[in-house]
Design a protein around this ligand. Structure first.
Ligand code: NDP
Length: 252
């Protein structure tokens, strides 16, 4: 575990930082010394708990509630956070949802909503932090994709398309932001134990486990470790990269 305070004096924003993978990332970045803005869209109870944990390990942060899909709300909330806490120099676009269904029966609203949150949300948040981050001439943007962006998955055409889209977004921004000392990478988790996967039936989980060479689902901390590396100076020459964290699922 990276316990050095390599992000001291820097502000980080983790979208969807209140639960699951985002929660683990928020805690890890706080351990690394960052002031962490923990974003959530609905109830702030879970975010409050994360903030409490950050404080209990001697870290600092604040809760920033907004729906990542709402361009105006994102812009306003991030602008006032930057006024108070300085430029966001580490952005983790983690907020994401699923609205699964076979394509033939997928509702238009389920297609649109997944795109609004997973893909447009990343655009909204990245645009809102971009100018001050560029002026500071150091930054880390880490997008959370998914193994299904590379593999595809029946019943997840909308979700997989957003995650594949995030890879193109990542590679384009890596080129665009490199002259300003900003790296842009994507972490693509496999199947991770969170609320998102808790809804899967035991039958589906058993099938998944059989296809994971390391023989277990991942933990949110497995993903947070990859994000911590990409946020650190050790990854200063890594940009436009997709880092798979999936127990070997893609090796099949
Ligand atoms: P969870 O469902 O456990 O948590 C989702 C988080 O995102 C919550 O904090 C939630 O906050 C927030 N969120 C959802 N919608 C919005 C929104 N519109 N605006 C702001 N915040 C929002 O998800 P995971 O931790 O499992 O997933 C995190 C990311 O990792 C997602 O992008 C997901 O696609 C990706 N991923 C997850 C995998 C897994 O197996 N779990 C595998 C591969 C990728 P609130 O409750 O306030 O809405």
């Amino acid at each position: 575990m990276c316990t050095e305070k390599v992000l001291s004096g820097k502000t980080a924003l983790v979208t969807g930082g209140s639960r699951g993978i985002g929660r683990a990332i928020s805690l890890r970045l706080a351990e690394m010394g960052a002031f962490v803005l923990v974003n959530c869209s609905s109830s702030s109870d879970a975010a409050q708990e994360v903030l409490g944990q950050i404080n209990s390990i001697g870290g600092d942060g604040a809760i920033l509630c907004f729906d990542v899909s709402d361009h105006g709300a994102v812009k306003d909330a991030i602008a006032s956070a930057i006024k108070e806490h300085g430029p966001v120099q580490v952005l983790v676009n983690n907020a994401g949802i699923t609205r699964d269904g076979l394509l033939a029966r997928m509702k238009e609203d389920d297609w649109d909503r997944v795109f609004q949150v997973n893909l447009k949300g990343a655009f909204n948040c990245t645009q809102a932090v971009a100018m001050p981050m560029m002026k500071s001439r150091w930054g880390r943007i880490i997008n959370i994709g998914s193994v299904v962006g590379a593999m595809g998955n029946a019943g997840q055409a909308n979700y997989a398309a957003t995650k594949a889209g995030l890879e193109g977004f990542t590679r384009s921004l890596a080129r665009e932001f490199a002259p300003r000392g900003i790296t842009v990478n994507l972490v693509a988790p496999g199947f991770i134990e969170t609320d998102m996967t808790a809804v899967l039936s035991d039958k589906i989980k058993d099938g998944l486990l059989a296809s994971i060479p390391l023989g277990r689902m991942g933990s949110p901390e497995d993903v947070a470790s990859a994000v911590a590396f990409l946020a650190s100076d050790d990854a200063g020459y890594v940009t436009g990269h997709t880092l798979h964290v999936n127990g070997g699922l893609l090796c099949q």
